[in-house]
Design a protein around this ligand. Sequence first.
Ligand SMILES: C[S@@+](CC[C@H](N)C(=O)[O-])C[C@H]1O[C@@H](n2cnc3c(N)ncnc32)[C@H](O)[C@@H]1O
Length: 270
Amino acid sequence: MREEMEVNRRFWEEAVDVHMRSEFYDVDGFRAGRSTLGAIVRSELGDVSGRHVLHLMCHFGMDSLSLARQGAIVTGLDYSAAAIAAARQLSQEIGVPARFVEANVYDARTAITDRFDLVFTSIGVLSWLPDLGEWARIIADFLKPGGRFYIAETHPAIRWFDDRPESADAPLTAFYPYRDDGRPEFYDEPGSYTDGGKEIVNTQEYSWRHGLGEIVTSLATAGLRIDFLHEHPVCYWQALPALVQDDDGYWRTGPNHPELPLTFSLSAHR
Ligand SMILES: C[S@@+](CC[C@H](N)C(=O)[O-])C[C@H]1O[C@@H](n2cnc3c(N)ncnc32)[C@H](O)[C@@H]1O
């Protein structure tokens, strides 16, 4: 699946600049001190100060640097050269040190030799990964004995539903398959999930659908012990037209729809 990941990487190289200018990512707010981790992640992670943290798929580093602002010693990894360059620049600008490494997750063992107290990854990561078994083994290898893995991610159940209706009140209809058979879906659509990106040229993407069972079983099979799996009725972004944004910034199903699991968070240790 290297070829498909390479197609995706070309999209990300262009998306970084677009995202840094987007309202969605609000980089100025981040520069001014806003944490990008969100209330759920902050409370579930607890105190990270002094912890050696590996952040997988760090994009341009706002979550990594939010952890570093809380006192963690952070290494961020991403396969986009543009993302890593932007993360280093942001780190310098705000005066918060962190190390950023350019590598594919699947090559992380060669790129980084340290072991960590916490491996962290969040929102918008799993659909880019073809093989969760290998992903979980890599995570386990990077953890010191007793070390912790934490993920907060959009709930896979969301991708079941029809995301095309124009009306926020349209019935929620199961429309797409819940998970795939290992073969990725191919998309070629303009823009990105933020408010911008019409100028992106490399618009092709491959995406994988992993069910919750596959995610948890991959981690357990890699030798991690699951401490919790939480399902939250809030989303970090408008994943479906039926979601409305509340004052706390999270998106929830509106009054005409039942509550859905929209985000999951999982903590495990080695
Ligand atoms: C949605 S973003 C990261 C999510 C982060 N929470 C954020 O919003 O800033 C996904 C990131 O994963 C990176 N990525 C995708 N596939 C990867 C892979 N196989 N190895 C390393 N990085 C990858 C992309 O370059 C991109 O920066």
